[in-house]
Design a protein around this ligand. Structure first.
Ligand code: HAX
Length: 434
């Protein structure tokens, strides 16, 4: 299989680099840890390693060295499509080289071969109470597929450590192949009277998701490809990526690990912010009976802050500028539906909210993140059930975290086990420093 061959070919040199760093330079200090970092969510402690993406505070994400516009330009596209094959992105994340069109199609074909979702998954989803959150359903579906784990099976049969990554790759392809159908099924089951739409063999992974969602507008396939590409990876320290890595480091298989990551993505300070954000925009729209004036919006933002809430979609733990994932989506909206009310409102918030956050003086980053706009684009296409939005994020995110999981196994990254201290120990360190 092409992905295994390509990774296999470069693995000896990667292993050599890691081994050399560890053996010869293991004592080199790369960071110090302050008391406020230990108390403050480990912010900015440089202690994770990934070569798949890097988030620069000002420039934003680079996937394997490429910015989002570069990626969209370079990755191969289906003839007539505006956005690249998501299979090409997965190849790129896993292999580190821009694929040819044929190579991207090969990944798409691997996905097609592995896409059949077992019937018990649908049965389980249908058996859940109607009020179950879509993220709970999605995470359960991923976990319930664990019975199919090749890694778990082969590990118990004595798989060699050097080959762990191959089983992880198998599992990752098997899992990611099924995600569009599982996600769309949850959407149709919850909001469209249970009328699921079957996948079409001739469509690519991204377009098939759009088709199974039941959105007729052909440009929705391109929005889906864009969405599924840009949400995939954001280096290793964010909650979903780190939770996946942490759980995977215990040699739990990809199903256990990614289900854990999804549970983290479901938090309102992380992926759920996209649902919260659209909810906030709708509150504005309802209160003012349409798109308000800038003054009205400013007051609404202050009211939110004064009531002790955050403005969803704004701020970031690492970024200090507008998130390029926001910009990519804003450009898509400006091109295809600049006059859609919810899109106009999201763009007006972009003008009004950053100065408000600066004036309030708390948020280190007053700029929008990826979640500030994604919902308004979905809303335009009639996907208005915003508690579903984080599932779409999760479909994409599993591409990045599973690619990382394959490489973590390939490079033999060990079980994670940071050390904790007591408050008294911190106080003792503080006294010494004084
Ligand atoms: N509105 C109001 N206050 C905000 C804020 C916002 N959008 N962003 C940060 N702040 C506040 C924080 O709550 C914090 O206040 P306290 O000191 O009272 O606790 C203060 O500013 C300093 O926070 P920070 O250092 O700038 O930000 P953190 O690294 O602690 O947190 C968050 C980063 C993304 C969680 C934060 O900016 C936030 O809550 N934003 C709104 C929710 C959101 O959009 N989350 C999605 C982030 C992107 C992502 O992961 N997507 O999946």
């Amino acid at each position: 299989m092409i992905l295994a061959d390509k990774i296999s070919a470069q693995l000896p040199s990667w292993r050599e680099r890691t081994k050399k760093l560890n053996k010869e330079f293991g004592e080199v200090v790369i960071d110090k840890v302050t008391i406020s970092q230990a108390l403050g969510g480990m912010r900015n402690i440089k202690s994770l390693v990934t070569d798949i993406s890097y988030v620069d505070p000002v420039e934003g994400i680079r996937f394997r060295g490429y910015t989002i516009p570069e990626l969209i330009n370079k990755l191969p596209k289906l003839r007539g499509a505006e956005m690249p094959y998501v299979g090409g992105l997965y190849y790129f994340l896993l292999v580190g080289e821009v694929p040819t069109r044929a190579q991207a199609v090969e990944v798409e074909n691997e996905w097609k071969k592995r896409s059949k979702v077992p019937a018990y998954i649908f049965k389980m989803l249908k058996s859940m109470p109607a009020e179950t959150h879509p993220m709970t359903l999605y995470s359960m579906a991923v976990l319930a597929l664990q019975t199919q784990s090749e890694f778990a099976r082969q590990y118990h049969e004595g798989l060699k450590k050097d080959d762990f990554w191959l089983a992880m790759l198998e599992d990752s392809l098997n899992l990611t192949a099924k995600l569009p159908e599982i996600g769309a099924y949850i959407y149709r089951m919850k909001y469209k009277g249970g009328k699921a739409i079957k996948p079409k063999k001739n469509l690519d992974w991204g377009a098939n998701f759009a088709h199974m969602m039941g959105v007729e507008d052909p440009t929705y396939a391109d929005l889906s490809r864009l969405y599924l590409i840009i949400h995939s990876d954001h280096e290793s320290g964010n909650v979903s990526a780190h939770a996946t890595h942490l759980v995977g480091s215990a040699l739990s298989d990809i199903y256990y690990a990614t289900s854990a990551g999804l549970n983290g993505l479901a938090g309102p300070l992380h992926g759920l912010a996209n649902q919260e954000c659209l909810g906030w925009l709708l509150d504005v729209y309802k209160k003012f009976n349409g798109v308000p004036s800038k003054d009205e919006l400013r007051q609404f933002a202050w009211d939110t802050l004064n009531s002790g809430q955050v403005i969803p979609g704004y701020g970031h733990a690492v970024l200090r500028k507008t998130d390029p994932r926001f910009t990519a989506q804003a450009e898509f909206g400006s091109k295809h539906f600049p006059n859609s009310d919810m899109f106009r409102l999201a763009m007006m918030v972009y003008e009004v909210v950053p100065p408000v956050l600066v004036e309030q003086g708390k948020a280190k980053d007053p700029w929008p993140n990826v979640d500030a706009i994604s919902g308004s684009l979905q809303y335009h296409y009639g996907v208005k059930e915003f508690d579903f939005y984080t599932v779409m994020f999760g479909i994409s995110r599993l591409l990045g975290v599973s690619a990382n999981a394959v490489w973590a196994r390939a490079l033999g990254q060990p079980i994670e086990r940071p050390k904790s201290l007591t408050t008294a120990m911190l106080e003792a360190e503080a006294a010494k420093a004084k």
